[in-house]
Design a protein. Structure first.
Ligand SMILES: [Zn+2]
Length: 408
């Protein structure tokens, strides 16, 4: 790590705290004033001037291969900014902006060459509260660029992050629980296929039945990650959950195992290392489906800052574990057959929303004759759906009671 990076990180901490002190309301969303914003040449480098309706926490860093400048904000409304923002230099090839996770906005500037980061500052007008972010990149220098590129894990962002992680929406005990149901696979990716039954079709049927049951029971708002036989990337499924502000994410599956005797339901939560070989293989197979379907998985890691994700997960993961536990207890009490050691974990990409308790439910295995018979039987599925509905209700009560305790 070059000394220049350390120096600007240091500068950034000071600037960031400065912005914190000056801005009035950090929970509000800043708007980009495109008319007052510009990206242009300056000497041998590039200059960005972004005018915002108010000061917000921010950070800047560069990434190599390909060379990019990344600006993170909490939070900027980019509406219409892409087309309207003036780019007056061919040293910038492209511009993307959008939400990277709830409460966090990002702008990615594609650079034509390794223009080295020089300085960044946000000035907040004491009178109007408007803010101007000024970023300067210097001349091209491949060696210096690669030495300083990377997502900073410096004390500025990391130290400030705990308060910056968006709190779960404040909801009283009577508000409906927002549930995202994810019917596994779809479209080009059929999932398991046995005896003319495709996992993707069966899971869509089950997801619709579960939605209907939850809506009939009342107290739930329900979304599906897909409504038809279409392909949705794993990342896209998680993004949809974020978009609707889901409070819980249930991914429904009925995969096939090479061991045809394996049968019964199991619940998976996210972990860096898998609980067993079969779980690892399942997670790997689900990720491979995304690659085969043409999703570019490179660079997904820099979509969200790891540090922020870890912080959110510390809060979310125990809630997901509690949900998995409740589901297993409910399955047991409701007579839904379980796999031996039904609570498992693995690195499923679809469970990676850092701030939404997420579980993957293997409702059974299509490779097993009994499970296949169960899952194809509407009466059996109705029992499963009733148990799932009850389990969600039980978990919601416990989860909100816990949240209320934490608030006191
Ligand atoms: Zn599956």
């Amino acid at each position: 790590m070059g000394s220049s990076l350390l120096k600007w990180l240091g500068a950034l901490v000071a600037l960031w705290l400065g912005a914190m002190a000056q801005a009035q309301d950090f929970t509000a969303v800043a708007r980009l004033d495109h008319a007052q914003s510009v990206i242009r040449e300056r000497g041998a480098g590039v200059e960005l001037r972004l005018a915002l309706s108010q000061g917000v926490p921010w950070r800047v860093f560069t990434l190599a291969a390909p060379e990019r400048l990344v600006l993170d904000f909490r939070e900027v409304d980019w509406q219409g900014a892409g087309a309207a923002l003036a780019v007056e230099t061919d040293r910038v090839r492209g511009l993307r902006m959008g939400q990277i996770r709830p409460g966090w906005s990002r702008m990615v500037v594609d650079l034509a060459g390794p223009h080295v980061f020089e300085q960044a500052a946000m000035e907040v007008d004491a009178q109007s509260g408007t803010a101007l972010l000024h970023v300067r990149l210097g001349a091209e220098d491949a060696a210096r660029f690669s030495a300083t590129a990377g997502v900073p894990e410096g004390p500025g962002w990391e130290g400030a992050a705990p308060s910056a992680v968006p709190a779960p929406p404040e909801r009283d005990g009577t508000a409906p629980l927002r549930v995202m149901i994810d019917p596994g696979h779809g479209g080009i990716d059929p999932g398991a296929e046995v005896d003319g039954i495709a996992e993707k079709d069966l899971m869509l049927v089950l997801a619709r039945e579960l939605r209907e049951a939850l809506l009939r029971a009342g107290g739930f708002e329900v979304w599906l990650t897909r409504e038809g036989d279409e392909f949705v990337s794993l990342e896209g499924r998680v993004a949809q959950a974020h978009r609707v502000g889901a409070e819980v994410f249930l991914s429904l599956h009925a995969d096939a195992l090479s061991d045809l005797r394996a049968r019964g339901a199991s619940i998976y939560t996210l972990a860096d290392s898998a609980s067993d070989e079969a779980s690892a293989a399942l997670a790997e197979r689900h990720d491979r489906a995304d690659i085969l379907a043409g999703v570019d998985l490179r660079g997904t890691d820099d979509v969200v800052a790891d540090v922020l994700m870890d912080l959110a997960r510390q809060e979310t993961q125990p809630r997901a574990e509690a949900l998995a536990q409740t589901l297993i207890e409910s399955f047991r009490a409701g007579g839904i057959p379980l796999l031996s050691r039904p609570m498992r974990h693995a690195g499923f990409s679809v469970l990676k929303a850092p701030d939404i308790p997420s579980v993957l439910i293997e409702t059974g295995f299509l490779s097993n004759a009994r499970d296949r018979r169960h899952l194809s039987d509407p009466a059996w599925r109705a029992e499963l759906v009733a148990v799932l509905t009850g389990a969600l209700r039980t978990w919601q009560r416990a989860d909100r009671a816990r949240a209320a305790l934490l608030r006191q």
